[in-house]
Design a binder for this molecule. Structure first.
Ligand code: PMP
Length: 361
């Protein structure tokens, strides 16, 4: 057919250039994406089955193992948002008719309960008002009663603002032969979580919150217990796209040398995800209470400290022992740990740098 036979004309809107405002994204996600992560996503596309892509996926896997603090081999990223990971976790580990226990104290538990109901699980909800936490005793009692194969808990409840404690729950799940599934979409990279030592069997997150990547990829990891359950099932998972038998092959987690085509992964999204994981890998282990700062080149650190004491009535100190002459130390502890104090300290430092003489050397 020639162009003249088109009955639907080209949309006028698409003949105007793309407009995207520059905004401060201070909501619960997506968050602003740092320039280097955006730039990573802007690199040329390569094939999703090229060897270089496999290398990038292997790097992503290592990055996820690091941020999850896990040695799990079955660690991948979903091609999709946090919801893809939620469905992947439930669809692969639960068979129709099996019992699932869900802690509901905000929207995310309710969402997982619905996902599990849709695939035919026998769902039991433990319900609290938003933001309330579940005691380990309550969890154990419900587990003994409902004998679930899977227990779901949200770590960072973004609808209610609660960061749920994790300690001891993994042990309870192991005792009751139940898998422990934890949602960290809103908390990963922002609040500490340790998948292996906290005995979490399945953990997932999303790319677009504290990881600072564009929306559309979602890291997930399964331990041995979870793999035992999901690879020894009688029925196939309801979703082909989210089937871990295929995804584990795509991510090189199944020991096969050949990765077969399953679906086309979001190549640019994976580039960005790798970059945001790299940023986390580069972060030092900084002590929150005492900040050490390198002495700026050419300045006498004693002079800076004396200036701030005299003109700003403010104590900071130099290094101690082996760090003498290398660093200055700022302590903002307890009552002193306020943004206004940090601003004051920075202001005093800037003033000292301006007014103390810089030596010629
Ligand atoms: N879980 C939590 C705790 C969330 O905050 C969100 C996103 N608001 C999700 C799951 C769902 O993630 P997505 O919107 O990426 O599908």
């Amino acid at each position: 057919r020639s162009m003249s036979s088109l009955t639907i004309p080209p949309p006028a809107a698409l003949l105007r250039p793309l407009e995207v405002p520059n905004r401060y994204l201070f909501g619960p996600g997506p968050s602003n994406v740092p320039p280097r992560v955006l730039a990573a996503g802007g690199r040329p596309i390569i094939g999703h089955l090229h060897p270089e892509m496999y290398e990038i996926m292997n790097d992503i896997k290592k990055g996820i193992q690091y941020i999850f603090q896990t040695e799990n081999n079955m660690t991948i990223s979903m091609s999709g948002s946090g919801h893809a990971a939620m469905e992947c976790a439930v669809f692969n580990t639960v068979e129709p008719g099996e019992s699932v226990l869900v802690a509901v104290n905000g929207i995310w538990g309710e969402r997982v309960a619905e996902i599990a109901e849709r695939m035919g699980a026998n769902v039991h909800r433990m319900v609290k008002t938003p933001g309330q936490l579940f005691s380990n005793t309550e969890i154990e009692q419900a587990m003994a009663k409902h004998k679930p194969v899977l227990f779901f808990l949200t770590h960072g409840e973004s609808s209610a603002g609660l960061c749920h404690p994790m300690d001891g729950i993994g042990d309870i799940c192991q005792k009751h032969n139940c898998l422990f599934l934890v949602d960290t979409v809103a908390s990963m990279g922002a609040a500490p979580i340790f998948m292996d030592s906290q005995k979490i069997d399945i953990l997932y997150t999303g790319s677009q919150k504290a990881l600072n990547s564009p929306p559309g990829t979602a890291p997930i990891s399964f331990n041995e217990r979870a793999c035992d359950k999901m690879f020894n099932r009688k029925t196939k998972p309801v979703s082909y796209l989210l089937d871990m038998t295929h995804l584990s092959n795509y991510w090189g987690c199944d020991g096969q040398t050949v990765r077969a085509y399953h679906h086309t992964g979001p190549v640019s999204g994976f580039f960005s995800l790798r970059e945001s994981l790299a940023i986390l890998a580069e972060k030092d282990l900084r002590l929150p209470s005492v900040t050490t700062i390198a002495i700026p080149k050419g300045y006498n650190w004693r002079e800076l400290l004396v200036y701030m004491m005299k003109n700003h009535n403010m104590e900071m100190t130099g290094g101690l022992g082996p760090s003498i002459g290398m660093v200055m130390r700022i302590g903002l502890m307890g009552y002193n740990c306020k943004k206004s104090n940090a601003d004051m300290a920075l202001h005093a430092l800037a003033d000292a740098l301006k007014n103390c003489k810089k030596s010629k050397v």
